[in-house]
Design a binder for this molecule. Structure first.
Ligand SMILES: C[S@@+](CC[C@H](N)C(=O)[O-])C[C@H]1O[C@@H](n2cnc3c(N)ncnc32)[C@H](O)[C@@H]1O
Length: 195
């Protein structure tokens, strides 16, 4: 029953965005991370990998490109944010040339993927970043509080890892320059800054 409700919500971008805004305090945490870690984003070419409904696209400039594997999410994102670019793509096989991006933003995607798939995605990120580029990854970690544990139990991602679990996979291609935990609304994340 609960799973059916979650599936129903996930397939309706307007409702999904609304529920997430409540659970994540209007994405305050994500917005702070974007502002602090990507201060030059307005003038940069930035890939939003696994952009979903494109909810973070307004925080970036004209060089923003969002990709997601879900056609319905991309359709919605194109309708909601018509000035931004969105494309349907598998993050494990991205159809852009090497060194296309100054920065890559990844929020809440890797916990939907198994280790083999994450390794492919991380290799793609490395290929796509320009030399000196920066990647910011923000991922769901095991919940700290009871309410958060309940929300986590509803999450569709089946591969929520400890910070160490994500770090090991990211370190296959990147130097993890900095990382820190972050709580936004009732959700617990770990932020990784990669170079
Ligand atoms: C929890 S949502 C996060 C969406 C967005 N990053 C945000 O923060 O609003 C996870 C997203 O990852 C996308 N996704 C999962 N596997 C993917 C893949 N292999 N390639 C591209 N996107 C993928 C899903 O379609 C979904 O939109």
């Amino acid at each position: 029953m609960v799973n059916k409700i979650i599936d129903w919500v996930v397939q309706r971008p307007v409702i999904l965005d609304f529920v997430r805004r409540i659970l994540e305090n209007n994405h305050q945490g994500e917005k702070e991370v974007i502002s602090q870690e990507l201060p030059e984003r307005q003038s940069q070419i930035v890939l939003d990998l696994g952009c979903g409904t494109g909810v973070f696209s307004p925080w970036f400039g004209p060089g923003y490109v969002g990709i997601d594997i879900s056609q319905p999410y991309i359709n919605y994102a194109r309708w909601r944010y018509p000035s931004k670019q969105f494309q349907v793509m598998d993050a494990g096989k991205i159809q852009f040339p090497a060194q296309s991006f100054d920065a890559i933003w990844v929020n809440g995607v890797l916990h939907h993927l198994n280790d083999t798939a994450v390794s492919l995605v991380v290799a793609e990120m490395k290929r796509l970043l320009k030399p000196g580029g920066k990647a910011v990854v923000m991922e769901d970690i095991p919940a700290q509080q009871i309410i958060s544990r309940f929300v986590r139990s509803l999450d569709a991602g089946e591969h929520i890892r400890t910070p160490q679990g994500y770090r090991n996979l990211l370190a296959e291609q990147f130097l993890v320059q900095k990382e820190y935990p972050l709580r936004t609304g009732v959700c617990d994340y770990q932020v990784f800054i990669l170079a």
